[in-house]
Design a protein around this ligand. Sequence first.
Ligand code: PMP
Length: 318
Amino acid sequence: VADYKNGEWTDLRIVPYGPLQLNPSNAALHYGQSIFEGLKAYKNEAGEALIFRADANWKRMNESAVRMCMPEIPEEVFMEGLSQLIDLDRDWIPTAKGSSLYIRPYMFATDDYIGVKPSDTYKFIIFTCPVGNYYSKPVSVKVETKYTRATEGGTGSAKTAGNYAASLYPALQAQKAGYDQLLWTDGKTHQFIEESGTMNVMFKINGKIITAPVHSDTILKGITRDSVLKLAKDWGEEVEERFLSVSELKSAFENGTIEEAFGTGTAATIAHIRLIHIEGKDYELPEKPSDAFSHRVLAELDGIKYGTKEDPHGWVMK
Ligand code: PMP
């Protein structure tokens, strides 16, 4: 825990997990100044904790902070908090395949003030929780063309609570209709695939890996996405960072050129997609060979995270 007041972060400390005391007029509860991150620690065979790409999470948290009018977290506060906590929590890192210690850094406004303005005070907290596989089997997704997750100029690329709040209702409707997740389309035309609920998405069509670019305001800059693209480039795969239209996706099913579809995210790592619902119709993905890109990239990422494979990009921190 650390507190921000009078323009600086102070009182970095570790406290037992327990309730927070907030006043009814807490600004975050009313106006949504709340941002977070998600990352994971793994245990290697020597029993050491390996944290995956913490520096990338720290940078993204600060990008979210800027967009939400919140103070940036100094690198030493983020990293020192993280490493002290993981030192304490080492015994809680599970070792079963697919398991890890999920780490949730977050920050919220702590002013007691009724009135729409940025808060002057904030709290930064990191807590952890052992987790297993997010999805135990391939997922079904529905292309969403009615509701919008994010629009140009909005907060879609920030990891902020309101984005998730706005997505709950459409995601629940999709779940009631029998789908695990949504595939969001752009807020203006609903013609182009953006991302999924908690994952970026990639398609392999005609031998090329296609994924939406993340330079807009509308898509979260996924760290898993970035890792997968770096590995794809290392392996000489053809990658296209461009928007895939819903009609192109439909044609890829109709003419049999779609090979793979998968989500990428910290919680889900690589989530294989088995079915996509597009405009009233379910389209099933073909069976994947064991050497499919998504299988290889998942094995490689797991190897790096659990310390059984080389880490040429320097992604894990001990
Ligand atoms: N998009 C959204 C909306 C997410 O919540 C997440 C999970 N953080 C992702 C994409 C994937 O990002 P990352 O790979 O950094 O976990």
